[in-house]
Design a protein around this ligand. Structure first.
Ligand SMILES: [Mg+2]
Length: 246
């Protein structure tokens, strides 16, 4: 079955970003040893895990609750927080085959945007962990916009606007906004697809609103869903069924 689209919205955490290199003992070990306080490693990991219990998974916690990580896990220690962001970037990898697949999608005339849950204030490109990752990995060239509850950024020049401020994927208000915004950009809903790993934030709310849906199971497989029209375990697999609308 072919999926003809003009637009693909790509989730960040556990989707275009491969988190497998990010092991807590490794990361917190390095951070606290760098700071000369190895005796705190266990306590920091413990706090980090308690926060994860509260928010269910690391990707939601890291995309939506970074100020709380800084405060609760690191006691607002600026130096530790900077090292955390640095190691995180160093240990995060792009998903296998992502650059090649994005380049192929663009060749088909398909516009790609990032849709993620970042809640910090938007600064220049590279000042938040999502755009920093895209830049460092050479991926920002494949995306037009980055949509988040903090606003929308154009990746070519960093121009920000705030129409989607406060909208999120969990409640679905981000998808309501995307529908309006994509219509303004001349794209119809039946030519749009979302790819992401989480059923409750990426798949269900978007499919309910008429987006096509591709469930990405490369790192976490949340199981089949009536809302997931397609399932892929790697990015290059989308080339088997996606086609651009001419
Ligand atoms: Mg995700």
């Amino acid at each position: 079955m072919t999926l003809n689209i003009k637009w693909l919205g790509v989730d960040f955490g556990q989707c275009l970003m491969d988190p497998r290199g990010l092991r807590n003992p490794l990361m917190f070990g390095e951070i606290m040893r760098d700071l000369g306080r190895p005796e705190e490693i266990a306590e920091r990991i413990h706090r980090y895990r308690r926060m994860k219990e509260k928010y269910q998974n690391y990707s939601l916690m890291k995309e939506g609750h970074r100020p709380e990580i800084r405060e609760y896990v690191f006691g607002n220690d600026d130096e530790a927080w900077e090292l955390f962001s640095e190691y995180e970037q160093r240990l995060l990898m792009p998903a296998d085959g992502i650059a090649e697949t994005l380049a192929w999608l663009r060749e088909q005339g398909i516009i790609c945007d990032v849709v993620a849950e970042l809640k910090k204030t938007l600064g220049p490109i590279g000042s938040d962990h999502v755009t920093m990752f895209l830049q460092r990995q050479g991926l920002s060239q494949y995306f037009d916009y980055f949509y988040s509850p903090s606003g929308r950024v154009r990746l070519s020049d960093g121009k920000a606007d705030f129409g989607c401020q406060g909208k999120d994927k969990t409640s679905g208000t981000m998808y309501d906004y995307l529908l309006e915004d994509l219509a303004r950009r001349g794209i119809n809903i039946d030519e749009c697809a979302i790819i992401g790993d989480k059923l409750s934030t990426d798949i269900e709310p978007s499919r309910r609103r008429g987006f096509h849906t591709i469930q990405f199971t490369g790192y976490i497989d949340m199981g089949p869903s009536e809302y997931a029209e397609y399932r892929v375990e790697s990015f290059p697999q989308v080339k088997e069924f996606v086609k651009g609308v001419k």
